[in-house]
Design a protein around this ligand. Structure first.
Ligand code: GLN
Length: 483
């Protein structure tokens, strides 16, 4: 299905509108709509105007790509030279990086137009974007609901069309879960497919940048533009996208349905919607088989042990000397560091630093961190086994639809449970896409997750494209939101 990028690109190429005019339209939409949604936490309108000028030049010279002149947004943890990038944390207040993240460098070179930085959970820790120091963004489908997290601002901006597409980061589900809650497409590529250079680290062995977009085709276009090996990120690899032009023969497709993803906590309406999606593939000739991932039950604790351990180390650099915020009153350096960290980090971030320090401490390292690493290996081999006889797996993206703002913010553990369906693919480094498959009670979107084997990103996207076209749901969910 032709998404927003293709439509806008056609207008630009045929000179019905210039990149400068299109940018102005988006800027006035942001000025009108963002005060309601709180999707952006800072804008880069000066940059956008410069980018648009460059885009118009590329178009005039016949050097445009589909992303040239298209207005977009970056999550507030992706660096861009000279622009505020704060991870929505007080500790990075006023921080302006002096270099571009690899992803923005690539997009800028193609004439992308950067409108601003989007709201997120502080340091990407959360599932509702409510731990942001700027307050939570609101879900454009129903503004009393959360956007999901942590890339909630990116999902809201795409849904409300105040960005044609946006980048988010996904450590345990932060691109896919907000995509599911807001009714957009969200894609987490194979670990390493996209350079993490310039992404402010949360948990380095899990972090991955991915697009949020209004259609599968749009997500694939953006993914193609940002992927590739980068010497500045030694975990990056070049990946073949494959599944050319998003087409795959569904008749020869072997689909696995892991039963653990449908266990308690998953609401009935979500189960029904996903079963209906599975039937659609089956009717088209795909072979569907029920499979088991017994290690699913340890995925959540494994994820939280490993991600907190890595976060406690990554966040050690915020000491009041090198970046952002510094406490005002102190008499010696240690006191300055302690005060800066005490005042600069929010509650959830502190909780995770403490958890991470605990599981890495000498007395508990073997019992927690080492065991979690061993179990991570088991989860990976169970997926490997399943992919010997299945091409893709179909599951829900999240156990429920978007919950009410403020509903879960008091209780971390219930919030952690909303990641249950997304963390397994993160732990195993697998590509996974979430796309709208139905509307639940109150018209709230439900997301279908398609997981593929490592480096089969193209196949995951092709299956999603097939579903989007056959089910015709996305068009309905992506109609312009009236605000
Ligand atoms: N909700 C998960 C967490 O809090 C995932 C966040 C993410 O993917 N960045 O860690």
């Amino acid at each position: 299905m032709s998404g927003r990028i293709r439509q806008l690109s056609a207008l630009l190429q045929s000179r019905k509108i210039s990149a400068a005019e299109l940018t102005d339209r988006y800027i006035s939409r942001i000025e009108r709509i963002n005060p309601v949604l709180n999707a952006y936490v800072s804008n880069t309108f000066d940059e956008a105007k410069k980018n648009a000028e460059f885009a118009d030049k590329l178009i005039a010279e016949g050097r445009a790509t589909p992303l040239t002149g298209i207005p977009m947004a970056l999550k507030d943890n992706i660096c861009s030279d000279g622009h505020l990038t704060t991870c929505c944390s007080k500790i990075l207040q006023g921080f302006r990086p002096y270099y571009d993240a690899a992803v923005w460098e690539k997009l800028r070179a193609q004439g992308a137009v950067l409108l601003g930085k989007t709201n997120m959970d502080e340091f990407a820790m959360g599932s509702a974007s409510e731990t942001s120091v700027y307050g939570a963004p609101k879900n454009p489908v129903d503004i009393t609901r959360v956007t999901g997290g942590s890339s909630g601002g990116s999902a809201a901006a795409v849904k409300a069309d105040i960005a044609a597409y946006a980048l988010g980061s996904d450590t345990g589900g932060s691109v896919r879960q907000p995509a599911s809650f807001c009714g957009t497409v969200g894609f987490k590529p194979t670990y390493g497919a996209v350079s993490r250079y310039g992404l402010i680290a949360y948990a380095s062995s899990l972090d991955q940048i991915g697009p949020l977009a209004s259609s599968v085709e749009d997500a694939a276009l953006v993914y193609d533009a940002i992927r590739g090996k980068d010497v500045r990120d030694q975990t990056s690899v070049s990946t073949p996208r494959g599944a050319t032009e998003l087409e795959t023969d569904v008749k020869v497709l072997k689909i696995g349905v892991p039963e653990e993803f449908f266990s308690e906590g998953v609401s009935d309406e979500v189960k029904t919607a996903i079963e209906a999606a599975i039937c659609l593939f089956e009717r088209a000739g795909a072979k569907v088989k029920r499979v088991k991932i017994p290690a699913f039950k340890v995925a959540l604790p494994v994820y939280y042990i490993i991600s907190c351990a890595e976060a406690s180390s990554n966040l050690g650099r915020y000491d009041g000397i090198r970046y952002g915020y510094r406490a005002r009153e102190f008499s010696y350096i240690d006191e300055m560091i302690v005060k800066t960290r005490t005042e600069g980090f929010g509650k959830e971030v502190k909780r995770r630093i403490m958890l991470g320090t605990y599981v890495l401490s000498s007395g508990y390292f073997d019992a927690y961190y080492k065991k979690a690493c061993l179990l991570r290996g088991r989860i990976i081999s169970e997926f490997d086994e399943i992919f010997k006889s299945c091409d893709v797996l179909l599951t829900p993206t999240a156990p429920t639809t978007a919950f009410a703002l403020g509903d879960k913010s008091a209780d971390s553990v219930t919030t952690y449970l909303s990641d249950i369906c997304t963390v397994p693919a993160s732990i195993a480094g697998l590509p996974a896409v979430s796309l709208p498959c139905a509307l639940g009670k109150g018209g709230l979107p439900i997301g279908l997750q398609i997981i593929a084997n490592r480096f089969a990103d193209g196949l995951a996207l092709a299956c999603a494209n097939f579903f989007e076209r056959e089910a015709g749901v996305n068009a309905e969910l992506c109609r312009e939101v009236q605000l």
